[in-house]
Write a protein that binds this ligand. Structure first.
Ligand SMILES: CCCCCCCCCCCCCCCCCCCCCCC/C=C/C(=O)SCCNC(=O)CCNC(=O)[C@H](O)C(C)(C)COP(=O)(O)OP(=O)(O)OC[C@H]1O[C@@H](n2cnc3c(N)ncnc32)[C@H](O)[C@@H]1OP(=O)(O)O
Ligand code: FAD
Length: 669
């Protein structure tokens, strides 16, 4: 009797065979990932969605133009709002999140920034009276909001934003103004055509004095007609690399007046007579970004695991070439190269997903403290999230791209679903802080850590490994040191030595008279590397601790294989750093590689079950290659035949342009 649930007649026998080989129960692994009630609720929600045509796509949405995509997503939003509470518990973010993924997929939906940034900004930065006034209305969707911070001329350097909010004591109003073309708000999601309110980030001026960027609630469209309010110019910025269902927008304010109480006043305040009270921490107005950086880790991991689901299932039904001549064509997943690119993607997906839970919990704990004025751990959190959003977005992008290439030509087709996933996921390298910039934010914290150590000051828990100078030789294969420990210590060495080296260079350049800023810029690449090694170590340790806490023996063993593959892959990927300082020799690195190749073999029989256990429904996956039943070829043909170019045998454009040309050419003979 196979351990795996849901083996069905009519499935491709090649994929059924995979499910019969599993050494663990996919149901139990799903419970470990989601928790018992949610794992079950997710299945029920998926089943309910399937019964409701108004929530399903009429045709693959990649066949549609942008206007139709946007319209469909608006229509489905209304259907969800009308019937959604029959399907899921609207008070559960997890259940709602799952429903949103089923119904809308990856490409965005009209309420994404309303829920992901607009509401969190109000929840974190409005005072109690404002929150009471705005949150219930926003939750009931009486209006839809977005978060308008980035401008045409500035996204990274927030101190240089040009939009102004000038306090007029006489009327007790702020005047929001866009002084130049480069000051147009540019990029905010759902701003173009959907939102009628924004949280606008603008430089606060009182009596001619600037107090830096602050957040203001501004109505941009009439609540009854949806026409732009007086003084507002607003529109969509046009097609993008991905997220084309999302109407990212532009916005101009022409001396738009808002009441004084529309400035978000939990942390900073302006009194009626124009007295400014600063926040307890200068960066508290950046809170909505911190929230998204914390939540996006799980979102990005989800996309990697979806791409891995598609590529691994497809690799078990695709046969191409022989390993031993005469023995017949093999499933492409038998090739070591295929296993290497796909199982390492799977391992990163699981690592980021489970570590993402820990990040979210840590964020919630610290955010609660910040709400009550305790900002002690904000610097640790900001540094951690700056590194995490950068590493996870970039390495997830690489993993998804490997999944796509591993599907050969069919991976390049939108039928695979992976190109859109990649286009959506890779935006995470840019939004919420461009990666190179965020890595340097974290590097500041790391360099400070080394300086604190040198001065005998206490280090935060996250940085305590910097003091472990006795970890100076690779202990792989030594008796009493297991593989996991040896690899974690190796990652600690890589991070510590990289941070130490770049800090020493910075210090020495400054001692020679270079300014701190120039010394920094001359070391910027190495500083981003230091940040990368530190974050990868943090992820590895957090993933290991999470796996060690699993009580179910079979599931812990299954995830230990994934953990060890993750650790070996990370160490091999950064092995050049191990040679520096003579920590390891090439034989030891070869041992890590051997361990990695053995793990690929060990994981192979469970490959389909790992991705099955992540439980992404076919509705959400929107992929012909990744179908659960493995019936790929018939459905690829159906998909191709249904595409709009095939609606007529002879395309009107051919009749109009090419036929006359060909006929004319013939008549010249
Ligand atoms: C239909 C039914 C409805 C159901 C609804 C369901 C809801 C369920 C929800 C589930 C949904 C799931 C599915 C959703 C699908 C959606 C898909 C779409 C997702 C896409 C979302 C994308 C949204 C994107 C938004 C954005 O991009 S917003 C704009 C972001 N912009 C940035 O990030 C800008 C980056 N720049 C900066 O952050 C800063 O300028 C800077 C940090 C680079 C520099 O800042 P600054 O100059 O001010 O500071 P210094 O460098 O001088 O540093 C000074 C010190 O301050 C510290 N610092 C800096 N920042 C912070 C901080 N944030 N916190 C704490 N400390 C900070 C520095 O570290 C310095 O410290 P030091 O001096 O000690 O070193
Ligand atoms: C899909 C998507 C959705 C978005 N949604 C929103 C939204 O809802 N609301 C919103 O307000 N914004 C949104 N944004 C904007 C986004 O936050 C910015 O694009 C992002 O912060 C980067 O800023 P930028 O575009 O100005 O890039 P730039 O800062 O111009 O970066 C360009 C290059 O310059 C480099 N660079 C810049 N500064 C430095 C530095 N100090 N040191 C070293 N290198 C540097 C960068 O590393 C990068 O290589 C969105 C963007 C995208 C792509």
């Amino acid at each position: 009797m196979p351990l795996n649930h849901l083996i069905r007649d009519g499935d491709n026998p090649d994929i059924t065979e995979e499910r019969q080989k599993a050494t663990f129960s996919t149901e139990e692994l799903a419970i470990e990932i989601y928790g018992e009630p949610l794992a079950q609720r997710r299945r029920e929600i998926s089943a309910e969605v399937l019964k409701r045509p108004e929530l399903l796509d009429d045709c693959p949405h990649v066949f549609l133009d942008r206007t139709t995509k946007v319209e469909n997503s608006m229509k489905k939003t209304v259907a969800v709002m009308e019937k959604g509470s029959e399907i899921c518990d609207f008070t559960s973010r997890e259940e709602l999140g799952h429903l949103v993924c089923e119904v809308f997929g990856d490409d965005g939906f009209p309420l994404s920034i309303h829920f992901v940034m607009f509401l969190p900004a109000i929840q974190g930065q409005a005072d109690d009276e404002q929150a009471e006034q705005w949150i219930p209305r926003a939750m009931r969707l009486e209006f839809i909001g977005t978060y308008a911070q980035t401008e045409l001329g500035h996204g990274t350097n927030l101190r240089a934003l040009e939009t102004t909010a000038t306090y007029d004591k006489r009327t007790q109003e702020f005047i929001l103004h866009t002084p130049t073309v480069s000051a147009y708000k540019w990029w905010p999601g759902n701003l173009g055509k959907t939102a009628n309110y924004v949280i606008a980030n603008a430089q606060l001026y009182i009596d001619g004095k600037s107090h830096g960027p602050h957040n203001f609630l501004v109505q941009i469209r009439d609540e009854n007609t949806h026409q732009p309010m007086p003084g507002i110019t607003v529109g969509d910025i046009g097609p993008k690399f991905g997220l084309n269902t999302n109407d990212n927008g532009f916005l101009r304010f022409d001396h738009v007046r808002i009441p004084r109480r529309n400035m978000l006043m939990r942390h900073s305040k302006v009194s009626a007579d124009g007295v400014y009270s600063p926040p307890v921490h200068p960066k508290l107005s950046y809170g909505a970004m911190i929230f998204v950086r914390a939540t996006m880790i799980r979102m990005l991991a989800h996309v990697v695991l979806k791409a891995a689901t598609i590529a691994i299932r497809y690799s078990c039904v695709r046969r191409q070439g022989e390993i031993k001549t005469g023995n017949g064509e093999v499933k492409i997943l038998e090739y070591q190269t295929q296993q290497h690119r796909l199982f390492t993607a799977l391992a990163r997906g699981f690592a980021y997903r489970l570590v993402g839970d820990e990040v979210k919990n840590l964020y919630e704990k610290i955010a609660e403290e910040v709400k009550h004025g305790n900002v002690e751990q904000l610097a640790d959190l900001h540094a951690l999230l700056s590194g995490m959003k950068s590493i996870v977005s970039y390495d997830s992008g690489k993993a998804i791209e490997q999944c796509r290439m591993a599907c050969g030509g069919h991976g390049y087709s939108h039928a695979s679903g992976i190109p859109e996933m990649y286009a959506v996921e890779i935006a995470g390298c840019t939004y919420e802080g461009e990666n190179m910039v965020m890595l340097q934010q974290q590097a500041r914290y790391l360099v400070k850590g080394i300086h604190r150590l040198a001065h005998g000051e206490e280090l935060s828990t996250m940085l305590q490994y910097l003091a472990n100078t006795s970890n100076n030789k690779f202990r792989i294969g030594e008796s009493g040191v297991d593989l996991e420990n040896a690899l974690i210590l190796a990652l600690e060495y890589i991070a510590r030595s990289t941070i130490e080296r770049v800090t020493a260079r910075l210090d020495s350049l400054q001692n020679k008279g270079l300014s701190a800023e120039n010394a920094w810029n001359e070391n910027a690449v190495e500083l981003t590397r230091a940040s990368r090694t530190h974050t990868r170590l943090w992820i590895a340790r957090c993933f290991r601790d999470r796996v060690h806490r699993i009580e179910n023996h079979a599931i812990r063993s299954a995830l230990t294989d994934i953990l060890e593959l993750f650790l070996t892959y990370e160490v091999v990927d950064m092995s050049q750093y191990l040679y520096q300082g003579g920590y390891a020799n090439s034989d030891q690195v070869a041992q890590v590689k051997d361990a990695m190749y053995k793990l690929l073999e060990k994981i192979r029989p469970n490959a389909v079950s790992y991705v099955d256990a992540y439980e992404v429904s076919d509705t959400e996956l929107r992929s012909v290659l990744g179908r659960r039943d493995g019936n790929v070829y018939d459905n690829l043909l159906k998909w191709a035949k249904s595409n709009p170019l095939n609606r007529t045998e002879v395309l009107p454009a051919v009749e109009k342009h090419l036929m006359p040309m060909m006929l004319a050419a013939k008549s010249k003979l």
